[in-house]
Design a protein around this ligand. Structure first.
Ligand SMILES: NC(=O)c1ccc[n+]([C@@H]2O[C@H](COP(=O)([O-])OP(=O)(O)OC[C@H]3O[C@@H](n4cnc5c(N)ncnc54)[C@H](OP(=O)(O)O)[C@@H]3O)[C@@H](O)[C@H]2O)c1
Length: 320
């Protein structure tokens, strides 16, 4: 079954996730959707110093948005900030330093942000990693899970009250089509059982992000949640984590801007906000979170239990 799923997914990828796939999809894009000003609205983007996150920051900054870049490396962040200011002429670009794999720091950062800023219109959970060997953080968490799932959970959870106070609030999470080959496994969140496979751990985290957004959409009807697949884009993460794939696909990969197109669309357009909350998008279109005939659906009770487990874990790191 997993061979079937992987083959279907790869074939789908070749047709849809490449640059050609983007160009074909772009023929149905409505240009007017992105002809908007978002001056005065604020956007927090994690991992905004590189790849898709930086391209999204540029796309939104060009439309006048205030950008809060959340990055783990100060030098890289400042360099990217200067580039975004230069390219867009927008000076409202702020840098915040945070490593999302450190849950206590994520709580502290989000709580301090809420005290300092009166509103946040859009949160873009973009930062992500694929760590190939099992690595455990100082807080005892498997690194992929800590960065891609628990960090996203705590940041979003803590900022929900601020988002709810702000106008037209949205949360967008950059997942991956790789999650299509994974069924939610809430009993092995930290990949403790069985041989460790970093690619699978990453894809499982990306499935977890989809479930998180679906569940939060039900709990918080005033916020528009969405989760998306950027396609296969030429970024440092792909080159470092999947060197063979990168080498063989390099000339077929999307540019970071093409990968970020749907992020920007979800963040700024009225058309996106008119779609139901909690859905999965690819190239500005709502798409299924499961491949045809795939055994990746989890029962509702399991999705809810997963949220309860995350909540308990998150609380255990919350400063008093
Ligand atoms: N490119 C693709 O084909 C593709 C496909 C599917 C999904 N995605 C998703 O797209 C998102 C963006 O990735 P990308 O391809 O644009 O790669 P990228 O250029 O390498 O960007 C990844 C960003 O995430 C940051 N990051 C990673 N771990 C972090 C942590 N613990 N705390 C804070 N920041 C952290 C990185 O910071 P540093 O620069 O300091 O490392 C970087 O800014 C990821 O969620 C990825 O899973 C990408």
């Amino acid at each position: 079954m997993s061979l079937y799923r992987n083959s279907i997914w790869f074939l789908k990828g070749i047709h849809e996730y490449t640059r050609k796939g983007f160009e074909a999809a772009a023929k149905r894009f409505v240009e007017k959707d992105l002809e908007v000003s978002v001056a005065g609205r604020s956007f927090m983007i994690t991992g905004a110093n590189s790849g898709i996150g930086k391209a999204a920051a540029i796309g939104i900054a060009k439309r006048g948005g205030v950008i809060h870049m959340v990055c783990r490396n100060k030098d890289k962040a400042e360099e990217a900030r200067a580039e975004i200011v230069k390219e867009t002429g927008n000076k409202e670009i702020h840098v915040h330093i945070l490593d999302l794999s450190e849950p206590r720091k994520v709580w502290e950062f989000a709580e301090a942000f809420k005290k300092k800023f009166k509103s946040l219109n859009v949160l873009i959970n973009n930062a992500g990693c694929m760590v190939k060997e099992r690595e455990v953080t100082t807080e005892g968490l498997e690194k992929n899970f800590a960065s891609n799932t628990l960090g996203v959970y705590i940041l979003t959870k803590s900022l929900i009250p601020l988002l709810e106070k702000s106008s037209d609030p949205r949360v967008i999470t950059v997942s991956s089509g790789g999650m299509l080959v994974q069924k939610l496994r809430p009993g092995n969140l930290q990949s403790e059982r069985g041989p460790f496979d970093g690619t699978k751990a990453y894809a499982q985290n990306k499935r977890q992000q989809v479930v998180m957004m679906e569940q939060w959409a039900k709990m918080h009807p005033n916020i528009h949640f969405s989760v998306m697949h950027p396609g296969w884009a030429d970024t440092p993460a792909v080159a470092a984590a999947m060197p063979d794939f990168y080498r063989s696909m390099q000339d077929k990969l999307r540019s970071p801007e093409q990968g970020a197109d749907t992020v920007v669309w979800l963040a700024v357009s009225e058309a996106a906000a008119a779609k139901p909350s909690g859905r999965f998008f690819q190239d500005r279109k709502m798409v299924s979170t499961h491949l045809p005939l795939a055994w990746t659906r989890s029962p509702q009770e399991q999705d809810e239990k997963f949220m309860v487990v995350l909540e308990e874990m998150a609380k255990s790191f919350q400063p008093h």
